[in-house]
Design a protein around this ligand. Structure first.
Ligand code: AMP
Length: 424
């Protein structure tokens, strides 16, 4: 147990971390272009926040939360999703008093006690955005488009945008009763999960993955056909806006996201390369969330993208990374030159912006050169007794094999120039 991370969690090792950094760089750049500022909220919140916002009958709240009592007897929960914490921060800091819409993004870990499998973890990471302050349908299209641009910036082209409207409390409540009436007779034929959903959250029955449940709901009436005028108009305007942008989508009238707070626009991006856990990300509008948690009636919309899933999809698509090197220059010692002298040269190089390193294991000259090769250093600096006497070092270009003597006083600025030139 001591040498194993808890079930459903993963270490992000140095060999993978460049993928994560690449992801983060790309989304930060896109957010800047789209006008979103970063927000960082705590990883735990009062449990009540998720009960009230995500909803008590959702899978997340009913089965998946990491909830604990702290030493002060407070019930706290590791955040299972990012929207409720950001909404809480929006209220706490009265950000509704600032110019609207307020556009923010976050990157961080989320926690769900789910059954781990490929692409599903108990600690996973999401990049997400939230926008508060307007119901304007072109904003829905902007938010959806941002999510698509994230995938494209990361080299993913194969995905489908699924779109739906889950209505507002007014039309959804009416539809819920109608759905219950239609399904009532078949109740004993549904899977246990759906039987449980029937009274509390019947809409979720529509996106049950069990084939038998899907057959039972094949011909039921759909909320999309029963939206109130306001919701229908909004949905049409969102579609029009996506059409203007030339973004293809598939209307999936059975798409109901697993959280209670959604209203009107709901969307999900699915990848054909991910197998069972095919959802790369999803989101939607939550026009009543803020009021639900005690704030003013401010509408909002957002999405969350699973970073692990995106990286899995990238790997499946064979996407590579732009080459980057941890070490530009490796400094080796020969003869009696001390390790301290080598460190002095390494630090002088680093101060000039050159990524430099040296041996720390007392290796032989041959082994140091081999290690420099393994580190893929472009240049090697050899500090030998003879050269040091003349305040010089040997500079070897590992790519061409050529080498020359360089004055120690000029070494750092010369390598800074060479490394910068090579990166261009
Ligand atoms: P959700 O908040 O459930 O809509 O999730 C948004 C996105 O987060 C999903 O599309 C996945 O990419 C990712 N995600 C959700 N749950 C997990 C999990 N347990 N492990 C890994 N990624 C997840």
């Amino acid at each position: 147990m001591l040498t194993k991370a808890p079930r459903g969690t993963r270490d992000i090792l140095p060999s993978e971390v460049e993928q994560w950094q690449f992801f983060e760089e790309k989304v930060r750049e896109l957010c800047r272009l789209f006008g979103y500022a970063e927000i960082r909220t705590p990883v735990f919140e009062h449990t009540e926040l998720f009960l009230r916002s995500v909803g008590e009958v959702t899978d997340i709240v009913a089965k998946e939360m990491y909830t604990f009592t702290d030493r002060g007897d407070r019930s706290l929960t590791l955040r299972p999703e990012g929207t409720a914490p950001v909404a809480r921060a929006f209220l706490e800091h009265k950000l509704y008093g600032e110019a609207q819409p307020l556009k923010v993004y976050y990157i961080g870990p989320m926690f769900r006690y789910d059954r781990p499998q490929a692409g599903r973890y108990r600690q996973f990471h999401q990049f997400g955005v939230e926008v508060f302050g307007t119901k304007e349908p072109s904003l829905d299209a902007e938010v959806i488009t941002l999510s698509l641009y994230v995938f494209r910036a990361l080299g993913l082209e194969e995905f489908t945008l699924q779109l739906n409207s889950v209505g507002c409390p007014h039309c959804r409540d009416e539809y819920r009763s109608c759905l219950q009436e239609e399904l009532h007779e078949k109740l004993n034929r549904f899977c246990p999960d759906c039987a449980g959903r029937f009274h509390k959250n019947p809409l979720r029955i529509l996106d049950c993955k069990q084939e038998s449940c899907q057959e039972l709901t094949a011909n039921v009436s759909l909320l999309l056909d029963k939206l109130c005028g306001d919701c229908a108009e909004h949905f049409a305007a969102v579609r029009e806006s996506l059409d203007v942008l030339g973004e293809p989508y598939v209307v999936n009238p059975r798409l109901v996201r697993g959280l209670d707070y959604y209203s009107k626009t709901a969307f999900e991006i699915v990848s054909p390369v991910l197998g069972a856990q095919s959802s790369l990300g999803g989101g939607g509008r939550y026009d009543h969330l803020l009021a639900t948690i005690g704030g003013p009636d401010v509408p909002g919309i957002g999405f969350g993208i699973g970073i692990e899933r995106v990286l899995l999809a990238r790997a499946a698509a064979g996407s590579s990374l732009p080459e980057s090197k941890l070490t530009d220059v490796f400094v080796v010692t020969a003869g009696n030159v001390s390790a301290a002298e080598a460190l002095r040269v390494v630090i002088a190089l680093r101060r000039q912006g050159v990524a430099a390193d040296k041996d720390y294991l007392g290796r032989s000259l041959k082994a140091q050169l081999k290690f420099a090769d393994k580190k893929q250093a472009r240049y090697v600096v050899i500090l030998g007794d003879e050269e040091m006497k003349r305040d010089q070092a040997v500079l070897r270009d590992m790519q061409t094999g050529g080498q020359e003597d360089v004055a120690l006083t000029e070494l750092a600025s010369m390598l800074a120039g060479l490394v910068k030139g090579a990166k261009r």
